[in-house]
Design a protein around this ligand. Sequence first.
Ligand SMILES: NC(=O)c1ccc[n+]([C@@H]2O[C@H](COP(=O)([O-])OP(=O)(O)OC[C@H]3O[C@@H](n4cnc5c(N)ncnc54)[C@H](O)[C@@H]3O)[C@@H](O)[C@H]2O)c1
Length: 415
Amino acid sequence: MQVNAIGNVSVNKTNTNIAKSKGFSRMDISFSGNVRSKDVTSKLSKENSNLVFTANDKTAKVSINGKNIDRKNILVTGASGYIGSHTAKYLLENGYDIVTIDNYTLGNKDANKELKKIAKENGAKFKSYSVDIADSKGVGKIFKDNKIDAVVHFAAYSQVGESVKDPYKYYLNNTAKTTMLLDEMRKANVNKIVFSSTAATYGDPDANEIPIKESTPQKPINPYGKSKLMIENIMDDADKAYGLKSIRLRYFNVAGSATDGRLGEEHNPETHLIPNILYAAKAQAKGEGGKPFKMFGTDYPTPDGTCVRDYIHVEDLARAHGLALQKLMNGGETGFYNLGSGSGYSVKEVYETAKDVTGVDIPLVIEDKRAGDPPTLIASNEKAKEELGWEPQKSLEDMISSAWNWIKNDKWKKH
Ligand SMILES: NC(=O)c1ccc[n+]([C@@H]2O[C@H](COP(=O)([O-])OP(=O)(O)OC[C@H]3O[C@@H](n4cnc5c(N)ncnc54)[C@H](O)[C@@H]3O)[C@@H](O)[C@H]2O)c1
């Protein structure tokens, strides 16, 4: 059992029930520090069964059944971006303190402001730095000034088309700069990292390799996928040489926004399917013509002729990072996992669901197939289920309705 805790609590009915559900006959919670029990709230996280205590004295130490419980401090890079901000929120709500790094080339400063509020509400420590991951001096100082237990690394560029036109941009930012970050981790004796890898490392697998397993050969077909695979390989070498333990999460398609509406997807330009359908819906609902959704290709060898992809909700993805961190904290070895639903939706199905969810007759134009779009890409998530205890809990409707809620109401400044 992992318990993240701070503060002073007395054993009450809730704690006794939690103790039982965790297989303890009792749960004696003691504390050091100057907090009063009435200032403390405790909750069992529904998401991952962490027991989370919140108090206003962040220096207090808690012990449970005589064992000292330390909060973990996680460095999150790219925390002002889409997936980074949702994962940072998840960590703050689930008993972690965080330090964030972003250079704001793509991220949104409003995400950072929201995270600061979320940290306060959850009694978590939160520090953010506006710095590039390759600023060795700056990053080295961050490691020196903060006791970091592990890193979750999102900072990267991720547009396939751009990577083909400007490969150096990708090899520099994704591969070279990540290596510099890893080197700073080594100097600071931080040896745990969860890394955002991608389905793009598999390239265009043979039809008999679908659903894609972790054993499917990684043969990326563009500089973006290659830049990420290189890092996976570097991490293997770093494990052998320096004892770096990494969990590489290979995401397929990620969609949706925070269910409570506090964070959302803010890519510029937006290249992802679901937000693009919803931007067309928003323009239509506002009476702005000329912004239809473009469907590329309707004669693929799939049930309805449009491409099939595997989507998961960004909150399911955030939880996977929490589980990967726990595994590393518990002494877990280096590993890699596909994060997908195990089944897919066609572009047409996504479009039809978006029409139902939004109630908007979203204008559509059919265009020619794009070069290099494989007909079907679906992940097998068996390994993540078995070894991380992860599987997605949210549906396509959940992804579209939360994304719609965000896009309809978006008040963030565009940076
Ligand atoms: N969005 C997806 O569907 C998807 C799918 C597979 C993999 N991924 C991977 O997940 C990660 C996050 O993706 P996202 O969609 O949230 O992207 P994003 O662009 O929203 O976020 C990336 C963040 O990293 C920051 N950043 C980039 N380079 C930096 C640097 N050198 N130093 C400091 N900060 C830097 C950006 O400012 C931004 O805030 C990426 O590594 C991406 O490759 C995303």
